[in-house]
Design a protein around this ligand. Structure first.
Ligand SMILES: Nc1ncnc2c1ncn2[C@@H]1O[C@H](COP(=O)(O)OP(=O)(O)O)[C@@H](O)[C@H]1O
Ligand SMILES: [Mg+2]
Length: 207
């Protein structure tokens, strides 16, 4: 465990319901009287949100390794200035995406060497206590994205083959670290998804 706090991350492809589930879990834990920080990546600080705007702007072509390094530049600021201090105060930090997304999107999706990303993960030096991988069929995710109806960003604009590689990447990453991952069926209604996460948190982290 990290300090007195607990570091929880949510991972999965576009439109599986990560942001909805992260907000729901934060609300459930707060209702129990727990101190929670809900945050997201890329982002979570002013500087990192500015880097996010660069990263998601599909009108700015960026080399995949450059994208990787920008993700980690944003992450480093977020980890050192927000996440670590919160954990040290005993807060439960819930982060919508973290380094597994960089491995899935940039290594599996865009072909950046996994070893390079592992090096950057080590440099960041913070490992989640528990990671929820939200799983949903491609068709369901697609219809949720359509219903959400916001503009598309750099990654949402990628093709089906890219998303298949990302999906395969997340599954492989979770399989290789079963002690850290809880795989969640994201198909039921939001309240049910939150309930299975809440139960897994109790079972896996005793909180
Ligand atoms: N469990 C759920 N059942 C039905 N719709 C959902 C569920 N979770 C999220 N949604 C809806 O699907 C869309 C995508 O959810 P969102 O949380 O933004 O996904 P993500 O953050 O993974 O991209 C949103 O419009 C959201 O309201
Ligand atoms: Mg989201």
């Amino acid at each position: 465990m990290t300090g007195q706090g607990l570091f929880i991350t949510l991972e999965g492809g576009e439109g599986v319901g990560k942001s909805t589930a992260a907000a729901g879990l934060a609300e459930a834990l707060r209702a129990e009287g727990q101190q929670v920080l809900l945050t997201r990546e890329p982002g979570g600080t002013k500087g990192a949100e500015a880097i996010r705007a660069l990263l998601l702007n599909q009108e700015l072509p960026l080399d995949p390794l450059a994208q990787t390094m920008l993700h980690f530049a944003a992450r480093m600021d977020h980890v050192n200035r927000v996440i670590r201090p919160a954990l040290a105060r005993g807060v439960i930090v819930i982060c919508d995406r973290f380094h597994d997304s960089t491995m899935a999107y940039q290594a599996y999706g865009q072909g950046v060497p996994q070893a390079d990303i592992r090096t950057l993960i080590q440099l960041t030096g913070l490992k989640p206590d528990l990671t929820f991988l939200l799983e949903l069929s491609e068709d369901e995710a697609k219809s949720r994205i359509t219903a959400r109806a916001s503009g598309t960003d750099r990654y949402e604009a990628m093709d089906a083959a890219f998303f298949a590689r990302v999906r395969e990447g997340f599954a492989a990453i979770a399989q290789a670290a079963p002690e850290r991952f809880a795989v969640i069926n994201a198909s039921p209604a939001p309240a049910a998804v939150v309930a299975s996460m809440r139960q897994a948190l109790r079972e896996r982290a005793g909180r």
